[in-house]
Design a protein around this ligand. Structure first.
Ligand code: P6P
Length: 334
């Protein structure tokens, strides 16, 4: 008996009916992000077929080689989102300054913070990559948009999500009413509800950290990871190391199977490597909605007041019990 087929659009409309205060604008915004991700998915899945592979030969604000697909995803999202009258601005990993809505278009009441294609160094080796997005309400009284509209703590996000371009393309999002996962049926071109109300399993199976950097870890990190590998922990709760070097892929696996992802501050990256606004905060919103936890080691990611658009943060995220254990090590071995 075929399960009741729930498309993304039908799901959004049902959610909208549940929350009368939700106007159609928010539903339309999520629907358009989903559409953009379908276009990006098509390009990602055929990346190996054209000349699109390889570096574009330019550097992004992070000083990293930018793959052509990064640029394509960045431009795709902007072109699809900038004229809808839903956003007053966008911030992207690929753009040093925030992106204003062209004057000829009306502005809306939301801002979109995004990493158009995270993990792009994995494109050429066919490893899963992802788009991460975070939506806030406009808060400034500027007639169009101001930096203040972007620099809001993750706790007040209206919605957050990611699209994982892997063995299948999945869109996972939350708007504060639980976490939902949709899988793209390429034949239909529709995202179909495949994971209703995702909760991180209490029993963790994996830990994710780049062990090659152990030489630059602070004491607490070394002691925590040694603990995870100790006979005691292994006997009680054997965790396997899984680190694919693509944040969305690592996070998604731990979300569904139970685990912890750690990108800590260390002697080379004293603020961590990952970005607060469009990587850590959206994933932290999802993690908490799924019963997990996300911290920078000192406070919940969602409570950090951003000061800069591309601000970095340490990230300890995943199953609540594991994150709390990591924080105990950090507090004991500061
Ligand atoms: P490292 C990819 O470049 C990325 O931003 C994340 O997707 C990933 O989790 C992290 O960097 C990997 O960083 O230093 O371990 O290669």
């Amino acid at each position: 008996m075929q399960k009741n087929i729930m498309t993304l659009e039908r799901h959004f409309l049902e959610q909208q009916r549940k929350y009368p205060q939700a106007r159609g604008a928010f539903t339309k915004l999520l629907t358009e992000i989903a559409f953009a991700s379908k276009v990006i998915s098509r390009e990602v899945n055929r990346a190996g077929l054209g000349d699109i592979l390889g570096n574009a030969g330019v550097l992004n604000v992070q000083g990293e080689e930018v793959q052509k697909l990064d640029i394509l995803a960045h431009k795709m999202l902007i072109n699809i989102m900038d004229h809808l009258g839903l956003l007053c601005g966008m911030a992207s990993e690929e753009s040093e300054n925030y992106i204003k809505i062209p004057d000829e278009f009306p502005v809306g009441n939301y801002v979109l913070n995004m990493d158009p294609l995270d993990g792009s160094s994995n494109i050429d080796v066919n490893v899963s990559i992802g788009t991460i997005f975070s939506i806030h309400r406009k808060v400034s009284n500027h007639p169009r948009v101001a930096l203040k509209d972007f620099l809001q703590p993750g706790r007040v996000q209206v919605a957050a999500g990611y699209v994982l371009y892997g063995s299948s393309t999945m869109l996972v999002y939350t708007s504060g009413q639980g976490v939902y996962g949709f899988t793209l049926d390429p034949a239909l071109g529709e995202f179909l509800l495949s994971h209703e109300s995702i909760k991180i399993p209490k029993k963790s199976r994996f830990y994710s950290i780049n062990e090659a950097y152990s030489y630059r870890w602070h004491t607490w990190t070394r002691k925590y990871i040694d603990y995870l590998k100790s006979p005691v922990k292994q006997a009680g709760l054997g965790l396997s190391l899984r680190y694919i070097g693509s944040l969305v892929a690592d996070f998604h696996r731990n979300l569904l199977m139970g685990g912890i992802f750690v990108y800590p501050e260390d002697t080379k990256t004293p603020k961590g490597k990952l970005r607060l606004l469009y990587e850590a905060a959206p994933l932290a919103f999802i993690a908490e909605q799924a019963g997990g936890k996300a911290s920078d080691g000192m406070q919940d990611i969602l409570d950090i007041q951003p000061k800069q658009l591309h601000q970095r943060t340490p990230l300890i995220i995943g199953s609540s019990a594991e994150v709390k254990t990591a924080l105990r090590f950090r507090n004991d071995f500061k």
